[in-house]
Ligand binder design. Structure first.
Ligand SMILES: Nc1ncnc2c1ncn2[C@@H]1O[C@H](COP(=O)(O)OP(=O)(O)O)[C@@H](O)[C@H]1O
Ligand SMILES: [Mg+2]
Length: 332
C-alpha cells in the first residue's frame, strides 16, 4: 500500500510529533525516541533519491563518518536507518529555530544582527567547519537554514556532508522540481561555491565552505545575498561570471576592513580565497574588532529583544545573548 507522509505516526523506534520543515532533499520531523526519552530531528530523505540503487550502501559508510563528528557547534547524528525503502537520519533536535528564520524576522523589522553577534556566529560555525575539515569532511551546504540556534544562543551547524550522501543535490536533477512527488522545492544555489556547480574550476575542498560561509556573513552584514536571479541556474551562472557587488553598496555603514575580508573569501578561484576557514574567520573577527575600536558607533542596531518579539514556542535566544553578556561583564 502507498503511504503518504501525512499519515506517518512512527518511523522505526521514533514517534513523530510534528513536521519541522521540507527541504530540497528531505522532510524533517520532530520525533520522540521513547527508549531514551529524548526529542530527535528525524530527516526522511525523499523517495526519488533513496530509490537510486547506488544509494543505500554508499550511505552507511558516509553516515558512520558523520556520526563520528563530535563538536559543540555540530548537530550530532545519532542514528541512520531505512524505513519502507526510505533512508532516514536521526539527529540532535535543536530547539531555537534556524538562522534563516531569525534573518527573516529581523528583515521584516528592517533590522540586522549587531556586528558582535555576527562575529559570534562566524566564530562558532567557523570552529565547526575547521574541526570537520581536520577530520576530512567538507560540509558542502553551509546556509542559514542549516545553522540552528540552541537555547543558550550557541549556533550549531547541521547537515554535514549530507550532500555527499545523497549525491549531488545541486546537480541538474535537484535543480528541477522532482517529478512524481509533491515536494519539488528548488535547491537554493545562493550559497554555493562556483566550483561546486562547475567542477572544471577546481576541486571541492575547505575553500568551498569558506565561500559559502562568506555568503552567509555577507547576507548578515548587508541584509541580502550577493547574487539574486529568477532561476537557480541564473544564480549559479552569476556565481561564476559576475563580480560580487561590494557589500557597502547595500550597507554603506559597513567598515571597509570587513568588506575586504568578505571579497577575498568570495573569490571565484578557490586558490585566491582564504585556504582555511580559521584564517577567514580570524580575519573577519579582527576586522570587526578593529572597526569597533576606532568607530564604536558602527556597532549597529541591536536586534530588538522584547519578549513579545518572539513566538511563544521559540526560546528568546537573543535575549539570552544579552543576558550572557551582562553576566560576563558582572563576572569581570
Ligand atoms: N536538527 C534539527 N533540529 C531542529 N530543526 C531542524 C533540524 N534539522 C532541520 N530542522 C528544520 O527542518 C527544516 C528542513 O530541513 P532540511 O530538510 O535540512 O532543509 P533545509 O536545510 O534546506 O531547510 C529546517 O529548515 C529546520 O527548520
Ligand atoms: Mg538542512
Amino acid at each position: 500500500m502507498m503511504f503518504t507522509d501525512e499519515a506517518l505516526k512512527t518511523i522505526g523506534q521514533y514517534d513523530i510529533v510534528e513536521k519541522l520543515g521540507d527541504g530540497t532533499t528531505a522532510t524533517v520531523y520532530k520525533a520522540v525516541q521513547s527508549s531514551l526519552d529524548r526529542f530527535v530531528a528525524l530527516k526522511l530523505i525523499h523517495p526519488n533519491l533513496a530509490n537510486d540503487p547506488t544509494f543505500l550502501p554508499h550511505l552507511d559508510h558516509e553516515a558512520r563518518i558523520l556520526a563520528r563528528l563530535d563538536h559543540v557547534n555540530i548537530v550530532h547524528v545519532y542514528d541512520v536507518g531505512e524505513y519502507r525503502r526510505r533512508f532516514y537520519l536521526a539527529m540532535q533536535y535543536v530547539a531555537g529555530g534556524t538562522l534563516q528564520k531569525r534573518q527573516a524576522q529581523l528583515r521584516a523589522r528592517g533590522e540586522r544582527l549587531a556586528l558582535t553577534e555576527i562575529e559570534q556566529i562566524a566564530q562558532q560555525i567557523g570552529s565547526a567547519l575547521e574541526y570537520a575539515h581536520s577530520q576530512g569532511v567538507i560540509h558542502r551546504d553551509v546556509k542559514p537554514s542549516n545553522i540552528i540556534f540552541a537555547h543558550d544562543n550557541r549556533t550549531l551547524l547541521g547537515d554535514f556532508g549530507i550532500s555527499t550522501i545523497i549525491g549531488r543535490p545541486y546537480g541538474a536533477r535537484a535543480l528541477l522540481p522532482a517529478s512524481g512527488h509533491a515536494h519539488g522545492t528548488l535547491g537554493s544555489p545562493a550559497y554555493l561555491a562556483p566550483e561546486q556547480a562547475h567542477p572544471e574550476l577546481g576541486p571541492i575542498g575547505p575553500a568551498s565552505d569558506v565561500y559559502s560561509l562568506a555568503v552567509v556573513l555577507y547576507e548578515l552584514v548587508t541584509g541580502r545575498v550577493p547574487f539574486v536571479a529568477n532561476s537557480p541556474l541564473a544564480v549559479i551562472s552569476k556565481h561564476r561570471n559576475e563580480q560580487v557587488p561590494l557589500p557597502r553598496t547595500f550597507n554603506p555603514d559597513l567598515p571597509i576592513e570587513i568588506e575586504r575580508v568578505l571579497i577575498r573569501a568570495l573569490a571565484k578561484d578557490p586558490l585566491e580565497r582564504y585556504k582555511r576557514v580559521a584564517g577567514f574567520v580570524d580575519a573577519f573577527a579582527d576586522a570587526i574588532k578593529q572597526a569597533l575600536r576606532t568607530r564604536p558607533a558602527i556597532a549597529g542596531r541591536r536586534a530588538a529583544r522584547g519578549r513579545d518579539e518572539h513566538p511563544r514556542d521559540e526560546p528568546p535566544a537573543l535575549q539570552h545573548a544579552a543576558y550572557q553578556r551582562r553576566r560576563h561583564h558582572a563576572d569581570v
